[in-house]
Design a protein around this ligand. Sequence first.
Ligand SMILES: [Zn+2]
Length: 314
Amino acid sequence: MITDLGDGRERRVFPVTTLASGDALAVTTMVLHGDRPGPVVGVSATIHGDEFEGVLILRELWRTIQRRELSGTLWLLPVANPPALGALTRNTPVDMLDLNRNFPGSPDGWLSEQLAWTISHEFLERLDYYVDIHAGGTFPWVDYCYVLNDEAFSRAFLSQLLYKPAQLYSGTTAGVTTGRGTPTCVVEIGGGYQDQAVHTQNGVRGVRNMLRHAGALPGPATGRPGQILVHTMKVMRPHQGGLLIPEGPLPPGTQLEGSVALADIVSPYTFETLETMVTPFERNIVVLSRNYISLVQPGDYAFMIGDGATATPY
Ligand SMILES: [Zn+2]
């Protein structure tokens, strides 16, 4: 269903299915048509329901970008996984699946696969450029972006840290768009118990710069000196569950030499330290951290640490 909001703006809602509760599940997108022809740039957020900070970035882009300055179309999908946002969970609560491992989806599959199918056809396949915004989740805090199939596009987000994985997870939105040759960047920004204002500001600055890179906004894209490309990253997962008590605040981008304690996992029942998590490399770059005491299960994302020895400055 298309609702004309005036001034080049539309709300486009694509039905997916009816839930057992009787509620309709739909994909809601916000579309801004520029005054001049140009690329279709899509930005999505909240594909993981506990990573809603990207909504703040999209809301600000929607509020501040005017059609007279835009060439082409800006297509926003603020909440890719509504049931997961409603439950504040990473995965879709109905089928417990990670939506971002089930693309391109299927019309005959699980709920997450049906949702993925609608997003693939109604959103991803229309795009000339694609940005997917993630965050750290309820407790962790991140600030980096992926280099996938267009390094300059990723650098234009202006984060200090970039990460080029040897292999992409299968079943992601980025898998759909890179498979079609669409320049794609996955952004990881914010999350945890932090003031999100600086991340919102940086996210808006970054996406606006990417829009300049894509030719959708006027003027040349700017660069950021001192950007670092991380090639090897270790996801640090606690082996034991309990209370994670960090050694101290570690903003993403912090560099640590040698073996440094990051956090203790403490039993809330016996007060014992079950495990001390320690930096894994000779030179370590903090990519994801936890700044406050939080509950962890075995295998949770506790920290992500980049290998400083193989990281390359631009
Ligand atoms: Zn995510």
